[in-house]
Write a protein of this length. Structure first.
Length: 326
């Protein structure tokens, strides 16, 4: 029991209990994600993008990229849930992007293009292997660089090279890598990150089919439920395993678009940023279209940086919060 008419919780120190006003976005918002981290002048790049509305909803847009002379140099269109990519050979460090949504046009600037640097492209369309392509502009001196391929903190492959003017291309079998987010990191001898990219490896994943049968379709409260479960592999052979069981009331179940499970939570959603709508959609099929959608998700929400300088002791690690001793 209590009096809850007064809900204010102002302190006696003059601190007001006020909620910060949210900064509203525009009707159309657009963010760019150059593959590998940065777009570089003179090197062909794939530029991922994400379009969303004022409330964070996914938008369908079409548009074009224009150079400083006003000429269109590339076209873009959303492919899946507000995401897409376009090809661009940067000639300057700034471009204008004009997109159309519901009959209206919106202007955006695509800038922060490096005048010199490295670009790493990952081709995930092949079922059996990755194709990794490394390119550099003429300005950086020729030096030994390497690509580290890791998953959940474990390094599974390293490829060292000395780049010339021509791109360096190599393949990596997916069977050598575990299932999950694969991190491709390009760095030099000093530990400086030159490019980075996430990709998801679905090749080793195996699925079992679980079916359940009950005696009745509906039960009264507190009635005993007898259930038989069968687990079979992809070709129908029975499989012995252990599992956990969760029982919920279908009548009070609240449907959300976030249909996750152990696979999507541990291998996908935990390794990338942001909300992933219906993550299981990326694992229902292993065809080219599904791999393209999953790879696009990696380019956009998996766009990240990893502090190799600290891990390699190039830059010092400063503790902000020490472990509690009690």
């Amino acid at each position: 029991d209590g009096n809850y008419a007064e809900k204010a919780m102002d302190s006696g120190f003059g601190v007001k209990n006020e909620r910060k006003k949210e900064k509203k976005g525009g009707k159309v918002n657009l963010a760019f994600f150059p593959e590998g981290g940065n777009a570089v002048v003179g090197i062909a790049s794939r530029i991922g993008f994400k379009a969303w509305g004022a409330k964070g909803e996914d938008l369908q847009i079409t548009g074009a990229v224009y150079n400083s002379s006003g000429n269109s140099v590339s076209f873009l269109s959303t492919y899946h849930q507000g995401m897409g990519f376009f090809e661009l050979l940067p000639e300057t460090t700034s471009y204008k992007v004009i997109v159309e949504h519901e009959g209206k046009q919106y202007d955006f600037n695509f800038s922060d293009i490096l005048p010199a640097g490295y670009v790493m492209r990952i081709n995930d369309t092949n079922e059996e292997s990755y194709q990794i392509e490394i390119s550099k502009s003429p300005v950086p001196p020729r030096d030994t660089i390497a690509v580290s391929v890791s998953c959940r903190g474990t390094v599974y492959a390293v490829e060292a090279m000395r780049l010339a003017d021509a791109p360096y291309v190599f393949r990596l079998p997916k069977s050598r890598l575990p299932a999950g987010c694969i991190q491709f990191t390009l760095y030099d001898k000093k530990g400086n990150i030159l490019a980075e990219r996430l990709s998801f490896n679905t090749r080793p994943l195996t699925y079992y089919r679980l079916s359940a049968q009950t005696e009745k379709q509906a039960y009264v409260p507190l009635k005993k439920v007898n259930m038989s479960l069968s687990l079979n592999d992809s070709i129908g052979n029975p499989v012995e395993s252990s599992f956990s069981l969760s029982v919920r009331d279908a009548g009070t179940e609240i449907y959300t678009s976030y249909q996750d499970n152990i696979l999507t939570d541990l291998l996908l959603s935990s390794d990338i940023k942001g909300y992933v709508a219906n993550p299981m959609q990326y694992f229902e099929k292993d065809d080219r279209a599904t791999r393209m959608k999953l790879d696009l998700l990696m380019m956009v929400q998996g766009w990240c940086r990893y502090d190799w300088q600290t891990m390699a002791d190039v830059s010092p690690f400063r503790v902000k919060h020490y472990i509690e001793q009690a």
